[in-house]
Design a protein around this ligand. Structure first.
Ligand code: GLU
Length: 316
């Protein structure tokens, strides 16, 4: 494990569920430029607790290395770190902040939500069950071959964190899942424990995760871990205006190879810096303050016939 000493660190933490598309590559590259541009180390983490496709983690890292990215230390795999998540959860439990949740997804959707709760927030059904009710619910789940999830007890208050791109991000805290009913450690807990223990003090990632940041900051504080600096960067959208996805067409580096698509030129232009020629040029030209803050559209069809990157890109 990378020690949390010395200068700070940024990171890229992709889920190895398949090949990265160029929107993910752009986000990871921004994390790299942000880290190096601020004199930080750059760490790599495979978020492989869930949805793993064989060989994807290796291919994702190989693509970044082929682009010239240098990783500090060995890549870290979450699947090798479950003891740390269990330990963090036990500490929260000792502090009286963990409870068993017996709800199915359907139960949660059907329950009336608390006033001011964000959409999809847990309605609190299992928060205050007594021991007898819990024993009964455990038995009911066991007879269905299920186990309870573990949730964090929060007061539902609002929390704001600073964000280098958005200024600040505010979200209402909710009783997030720490361990799922199938025994898998939940994303929020794993990210917070890992970022803290890896000495990561700068989190650059897609802005679809912005609303998780206040919850993660809260969890970090409960665990006595420092809250990192956040930068939630705009996403690349597909032609329909939804975030870019594999179903939009040729969007991975492997699919785009040989089409004349110039990744560096596209990345630089789409971020408002003009076409980059490679990593050194990107490092020299990157300035977070001048970065385009709006999402950009990538249309694989416009690119398929070898058109210049510019025609595949429209600012929104
Ligand atoms: N593993 C997450 C993803 O691939 C990113 C998590 C994070 O950066 O906090 O979307």
């Amino acid at each position: 494990m990378q020690a949390a000493e010395g200068k700070g660190a940024g990171r890229f933490a992709p889920s190895p569920s398949g090949d990265l598309h160029i929107g993910n590559v752009r986000t990871g590259m921004l994390a790299y430029l942000w880290a190096r541009g601020s004199g930080r180390r750059f760490l790599w983490r495979d978020e492989d607790l869930d949805r793993v496709r064989a060989g994807a983690a290796e291919r994702q890292l190989a693509e970044f290395r082929a682009l010239g990215v240098r990783i500090d230390g060995a890549p870290v795999a979450q699947s090798a770190r479950t003891a740390g998540y269990a330990d963090a959860c036990a500490r929260l439990e000792e502090a009286g902040l963990v409870y068993e949740c017996f709800c199915s997804r359907r139960d949660i959707l059907a329950a009336p939500s608390a006033p001011h709760a964000p959409p999809g927030a847990y309605p609190g059904t299992c928060r205050d069950l007594d021991e007898g009710q819990r024993a009964q619910a455990r038995e009911r789940l066991r007879s269905q071959g299920r186990s309870p999830a573990l949730r964090l007890r929060t007061d539902g208050g609002e929390r704001t964190v600073g964000d280098e791109v958005r200024g600040e991000v505010t979200a209402r805290l909710d009783d997030l899942v720490l361990r799922r009913g199938d025994g898998v450690w939940a994303y929020n807990l794993a990210v917070v424990v890992d970022d803290g223990e890896m000495g990561i003090d700068q989190v650059v990632r897609g802005d679809d995760l912005a609303s998780s940041a206040p919850r993660q900051a809260h969890l970090a504080e409960l665990l006595g871990l420092p809250v990192p600096q956040y930068a939630h960067v705009p996403l690349v959208l597909g032609p329909t205006g939804q975030r870019l996805a594999k179903r939009d067409g040729a969007v991975t580096l492997a699919q785009l190879a040989g089409t004349g698509f110039d990744l560096w030129a596209w990345m630089g232009e789409s971020l408002g810096f003009g076409p980059w020629t490679g990593l050194d040029d990107a490092l020299a030209g990157f300035d977070p303050a001048r970065m385009v803050r709006e999402p950009v559209v990538f249309d694989p069809d416009a690119n398929a016939c070898g058109a210049h990157a510019r025609s595949a890109m429209t600012s929104r």
